[in-house]
Design a protein around this ligand. Structure first.
Ligand code: HEC
Ligand code: HEC
Ligand code: HEC
Ligand code: HEC
Length: 465
């Protein structure tokens, strides 16, 4: 999408409000390794897209400031933070702001973190502290105003603090709000300061166009939607006037009412034209939220990075040792591993009374369905286990094949007959296994050749007609 905008040939400044690198806490070593791969992918992609400045969000500091500093070495863009400082030196860890010169105007970009994360930050690095963003912004903009024409704030402060900053610091020309959970794009103006906020999960690309027609200092930008509104009204009036004139010519005799309306329209038009003069040779800005749809073409170079990431990440989750097969354990050991309070009891339990069904089932592909995915080069994480294991989502959700308890590996008896605890007797075992049960897993996508009658023959159970 950015590449398409670049083709328009305009001068671009690409900014990100922060919390770019990590999403969730990294609880396990595997998740940590996966996250590092993702960080590499993100930095490479942002380099490729040509980002200029990224604000530091509290989540970006998850692996400590040193990790982030090292990461910034690989970035061809700048990480900034105006209120993250070292307690001892009272100096910033990252550049507090950047000044970019575009078309002769100087644009200062500042970034802020929310100081409510000070407690969490202490746990990561007790030497760091987050200063009050609003006070810090006032001090900074007072100095920056002298040298820059436009001051843009990248914020992770959330809606209410963004508004507070706008109310208390009118020196700011634009706040790009990253924090919070807006469900769509919102542009509001508080104290004449525009605050622009997008739905946070990358659903939109926000674009603000600045048109420069008057370079006299201090440079001021008006919002162009007001101008567009006036232009639209003017256009509607002109169309109506034309209509009336045509009607008058057609009927031959001018009607009193129509002449009156025409006169009224003409005076209104003059008034609007006068109002529009205010915008003549002025600078203005305009904002648009571009939805990131699937139809947006993927950049081949970035896609290559994404594919590399997917393959490497899948390797991390893939069990290194083959999962222990039933035959490696004795029946007694297998039974001992089944929790006494588990709703599911495993095929090995059924074996005691349904020996024939068990032996037949062991020969089917269902029995080996979890091993199949480990061997598959397409092996992804949880998304495969939903169908290639037993009771997924009902009894547990496992991240990898290794996490699945042995008695739930493969598509076991209870995938079709329901949980076996309490059977025989009041248990929930189902004699009738319907087509709907098969269709839970044998979807059109995953099992294109599925044929109920033919497949039933191969499941190892006797079918009563
Ligand atoms: C302790 C012996 C025993 C165990 C263990 C056992 N069953 Fe049964 N099963 C029976 C008996 C007895 C019947 C017939 C009486 C009944 O329907 O309750 C039966 C019937 C069934 C039926 C047919 C039900 C019907 O309505 O005709 C199915 C299907 C079944 N069992 C599946 C299983 C599955 C799956 C397991 C393992 C999760 C299992 N059984 C474990 C003894 C057992
Ligand atoms: C919990 C998910 C699940 C359910 C429910 C399920 N299957 Fe399957 N089935 C699979 C998976 C996964 C495979 C592929 C196993 C493999 O090769 O690793 C499979 C494979 C098969 C195969 C082997 C196909 C071949 O290539 O030889 C047959 C036959 C089959 N299923 C029949 C059925 C029928 C009939 C039902 C319903 C009575 C059913 N399955 C219900 C998941 C399921
Ligand atoms: C919606 C359920 C479902 C999901 C999700 C699913 N599978 Fe399957 N898979 C099946 C079924 C059903 C079959 C049997 C298809 C048949 O033989 O008709 C199967 C068969 C297979 C086979 C053996 C047949 C073949 O194509 O060679 C492999 C390998 C496989 N799946 C891998 C995977 C991997 C890897 C994933 C995750 C990326 C996955 N599956 C996700 C249901 C699923
Ligand atoms: C893929 C689904 C599926 C799996 C897995 C499966 N069954 Fe069945 N089972 C069926 C179907 C379908 C029937 C036939 C129901 C009918 O006749 O209406 C059946 C019938 C039965 C019956 C009654 C008929 C008979 O053969 O005596 C028993 C008992 C039974 N299954 C036990 C088991 C046991 C034990 C296992 C695991 C070792 C198992 N089933 C695995 C689908 C399955």
């Amino acid at each position: 999408m950015v590449f398409q905008i670049k083709k328009e040939g305009k001068k671009l400044l690409l900014l990100d409000t922060g919390n770019l690198l990590f999403r969730k806490p990294l609880q396990t070593e595997t998740k940590r390794k996966d996250a590092l791969l993702r960080v590499d992918l993100l930095i490479q992609s942002y380099n490729e897209i040509g980002y200029d400045v990224v604000n530091v969000g509290e989540k970006d500091l998850m692996l400590g400031p040193r990790f982030l500093s090292e990461t910034t070495q690989k970035a061809r863009f700048l990480f900034i933070s105006a209120n993250l400082i070292d307690k001892k030196t009272q100096k910033g860890i990252f550049a507090p702001h950047v000044i970019k010169e575009i078309a002769g105007i100087k644009i200062a970009i500042l970034g802020f973190l929310d100081d409510q994360f000070n407690a969490t930050l202490q746990e990561i690095d007790p030497n760091l502290t987050i200063l009050d963003p609003i006070t810090t912004s006032k001090e900074l903009t007072k100095r920056l105003r002298e040298t820059s024409d436009l001051i843009i704030v990248l914020s992770q402060l959330g809606e209410s603090k963004d508004r507070k900053m706008a109310r208390e610091n009118p020196q700011i020309d634009l706040i790009l709000g990253g924090g919070g959970d807006a469900l769509r794009a919102v542009m509001e103006r508080i104290n004449e300061v525009p605050i622009y906020r997008l739905e946070p999960r990358g659903g939109y690309l926000g674009r603000v166009d600045y048109s420069l027609n008057d370079t006299r200092k201090p440079i001021k930008f008006l919002i162009s939607s007001e101008r567009e509104e006036l232009e639209k009204r003017l256009e509607r009036m002109m169309i109506r006037s034309k209509q009336i004139k045509a009607e008058i010519t057609k009927s031959g005799k001018p009607e009193e009412m129509k002449l009156k309306e025409l006169k009224f329209l003409e005076s209104k038009q003059k008034e609007l034209e006068k109002n529009l003069l205010v915008f003549e040779n002025k600078n203005y800005y305009k904002h648009t939220a571009i939805p990131v749809q699937l139809s947006v073409e993927d950049d081949p170079k970035i896609m290559k990075g994404v594919e590399y990431y997917r393959a490497e990440s899948a390797k991390l989750y893939k069990p290194k040792v083959a999962s222990p097969l039933e035959k490696e354990l004795s029946e007694k050991e297998m039974l001992a591993r089944i929790p006494k309070d588990s709703l599911y009891v495993g095929a090995i339990t059924c074996k005691k009374c349904h020996e024939v069904n068990y032996r037949n089932w062991l020969k089917t592909k269902h029995a080996k369905a979890s091993q199949t995915i480990v061997a598959s080069p397409k092996y992804a994480q949880e998304e495969c286990l939903i169908c290639h294991s037993t009771g997924y989502g009902k009894i547990g959700e496992y991240a990898t094949v290794d996490d699945i308890p042995l008695f739930l590996k493969g598509v076991q008896c209870e995938s079709c007959h329901g949980p076996g605890r309490g059977h025989p007797g009041k248990g929930r075992i189902e004699r009738r296994v319907t087509l709907g049960v098969c269709r839970n897993c044998h979807t059109k996508d995953q099992s294109p050749t599925f044929n109920y009658a033919a497949y039933l023959e191969k499941i190892g159970c006797k079918i009563t007609k």
